[in-house]
Design a protein around this ligand. Structure first.
Ligand code: FPP
Ligand code: MG
Length: 367
């Protein structure tokens, strides 16, 4: 148990891309540099550009909403209403799709416990969003009024707790202690990530290391551990469990980096949630961290969490004059390389292709 937790806490040293990638294709090992990886990825993505990853699991995905509504049924109707509110509109459903595709890519059809795990993953994610929108004082989520804006902060927090509680009951009902442990670690990580992103001093780590740590905790851990959990539920060996964990970890990291880029580049109507929200909440994400390497003026603004009178506007102007956004994109491509390399170690199948296509979609998404 301890090693499991430590192994995940020590991911930092492996979170940064090494100078050379170690990619595995079939049994032959190939070493490539960063730009060769990008070309290889572009070729791979082009070959799979017609793959619709959601189609292969569409029936499983369509069950989710029905199951969740059933799971959050309560004798206190307002709790059910708030807990199920964000399920009224479809999010991207990327997390359950990944969990379901991993089950199939590992060579077995989705069993009832794996289906339930995909639902639990989406419920935990949604519970964290109910809390996150209170913390960020956000008024928009999935293109609709956020739960805190509609029901108020108290109900939003309690609705999130209720969703989390019901997801936990379903998790226990899977009757697999290892899986319960992994998802409990995820809950710890979600909270740690949320706190870590508010800390800019005193951790003795570089801003980029803190950023990668909080991105793993806040986003990648849920995806990575859900992938591992679904492999455990399918009875697969530890090598396969580790491969899908790696896939989920790097996909989660790139997803968060792209999210942080879109926070600057998208509009709230396209993104379905507020933009410029990180900097408005005093948070410096990858683009600004890279920009600060080029223009040290940003460091003092980051330290005071953009609380100076014109900090926000000035930081955005400085960002545009640097390569911060491009460097953040390069970092996302690095993690795409790691995610695809992990997927390539799975047996060849249309489900493996779908997992790779999801990396492409996450990298190129606009919303
Ligand atoms: C979105 O971040 C937030 C998360 C991915 C995790 C939030 C976690 C908590 C609030 C801890 C509590 C957890 C539970 C399970 C109740 P963001 O603000 O960067 O993204 P956004 O733009 O989508 O809001
Ligand atoms: Mg938020």
């Amino acid at each position: 148990v301890k090693n499991g937790i430590l192994a995940q806490d020590n991911y930092l040293s492996s979170g940064l891309p090494p100078p050379k990638f170690r990619l595995f294709q079939s049994s032959s090992e190939v070493l490539m540099n960063q730009s060769q990886v990008k070309i290889w990825l572009q070729d791979t993505f082009r070959e799979l550009s017609s793959v619709d990853p959601y189609k292969n699991v569409s029936e499983n995905l369509s069950q989710i909403q029905k199951s969740v509504l059933h799971i959050v049924g309560s004798d206190v109707p307002i709790l059910s209403r708030v807990a199920s509110y964000l399920f009224e509109v479809h999010g991207k459903r990327m997390r359950p799709a990944i969990v379901l595709l991993v089950s199939k890519a590992l060579g077995t059809d989705v069993c009832a416990k794996q289906q339930r795990l995909s639902e639990i993953t989406e419920m935990l994610h949604t519970a964290s969003l109910l809390h996150d929108d209170v913390i960020d004082d956000a008024n928009l989520r999935r293109g609709i009024e956020s739960a805190n804006s509609k029901f108020g902060n108290k109900l939003s927090i309690l609705g999130g707790d209720f969703l989390l509680a019901r997801a936990s009951v379903e998790l226990a009902r899977l009757k697999n202690v290892e899986v319960v442990e992994l998802l409990a670690i995820v809950l710890e990580h979600l909270v740690k990530g949320e706190i870590l992103q508010t800390q800019v001093k005193g951790l003795n780590l570089s801003l980029l290391d803190i950023y990668l740590a909080k991105s793993f905790y806040k986003t990648a851990s849920l995806i990575a551990n859900s992938c591992k959990a679904v492999a455990i539920l399918g009875g697969h060996n530890s090598e396969l469990q580790d491969i899908v964990f790696e896939y989920g970890k790097h996909l989660g990291l790139l997803f968060q980096i792209v999210d942080d880029i879109l926070d600057f580049e998208s509009s709230s109507s396209k993104f379905g949630k507020p933009v410029l929200s990180d900097i408005s909440n005093g948070i410096a994400s990858a683009p600004l961290i890279f920009a600060a390497d080029e223009n040290p003026e940003l460091h003092s603004m980051i330290s005071r969490r953009f609380s100076g009178p014109n900090d926000k506007e000035q930081a955005i102007t400085i960002l545009q004059s640097t390569n911060g956004l491009q460097k953040a994109r390069d970092l996302a491509w690095d993690h795409a390389g790691f995610a695809v390399a992990a997927a390539m170690r799975l047996p060849e199948s249309k489900y493996r292709e779908s997992l790779i296509r999801i990396v492409d979609l996450a990298l190129h998404r606009k919303s």
